[in-house]
Design a protein around this ligand. Structure first.
Ligand code: TMP
Length: 212
């Protein structure tokens, strides 16, 4: 099973992913926790280029291709082998982030992005995606408080982050079966309970399909 978490900056994905990985491990599932950009050693090097505030000259197209390159490596080196080993893979961001950030945020062509995602993922799509939804101002404030400094993308304008937010909500509307919107203004444990109850249903559905 392949689960992804998405959301604008500071939406609390990492906290929820850690909780979820622990809970699944306690329930005797084998879990692979990963993230994008990055996840693989090569992907982590690409992540450095993408997020370094020094790289302000990086063009939107180069940015798009680097996210796709990181994903292509991540899918082939980490995700597919882990899924083949029967693990539950949880990724902090995946293809939807490129649609939201490079498509809606940077205004790059959505048809082209979908095609590129198809190439990068080799057609792999998450079984379930949690979209943690939080007003962008609150998230950016949280991100700057918790990490002290902002990366190249976090430094973008409020308008950019609002377009990303709109993008995520638009994507979620198109695929309500896969993407579950979670109100991330709620307390951490309330958010987690919501995630857990959705996931439990999904796991039992997958088991039923598998057993038949
Ligand atoms: P993170 O802060 O959640 O680790 O994500 C890194 C940044 O990269 C975040 O600002 C979102 C951005 N991003 C994109 O712009 N496009 C993508 O395809 C991905 C995966 C992340």
């Amino acid at each position: 099973m392949f689960i992804t978490f998405e959301g604008t900056e500071g939406s609390g994905k990492t906290t929820q992913i850690n909780h979820l990985a622990n809970k699944l491990s306690d329930a005797c599932y084998s879990v692979q926790n990963t993230r994008e950009p990055g996840g693989s050693n090569i992907g982590d090097q690409i992540r450095e280029i993408l997020l370094s505030p020094a790289n302000e000259k990086l063009s939107a197209t180069s940015e798009l291709l680097l996210y796709a390159a990181s994903r292509a490596q991540h899918v082939r080196e980490i995700i597919i082998p882990a899924l083949k080993n029967g693990k539950i893979v949880i990724s902090d961001r995946f293809s939807d982030a490129t649609v939201a950030y490079q498509g809606y945020g940077r205004n790059l062509d959505l048809v082209l992005i979908n095609h590129l995602n198809q190439i990068a993922t080799d057609g792999l799509a998450p079984d379930l995606t949690f979209l943690l939804n939080l007003p962008v101002e609150i998230g950016l404030q949280r991100a700057s408080i918790s990490r002290g400094k902002l990366d190249r993308i976090e430094r973008e304008s409020l308008e950019f982050h609002e377009r990303v937010q709109d993008g995520y909500l638009a994507i979620a509307k198109e695929d309500t079966n896969r993407i579950k919107i979670i109100d991330a203004t709620q307390p951490i444990d309330v958010i987690f309970n919501e995630i857990w109850s959705i996931l439990k249903v999904k796991i039992s559905l997958i088991k039923v399909n598998h057993d038949h």
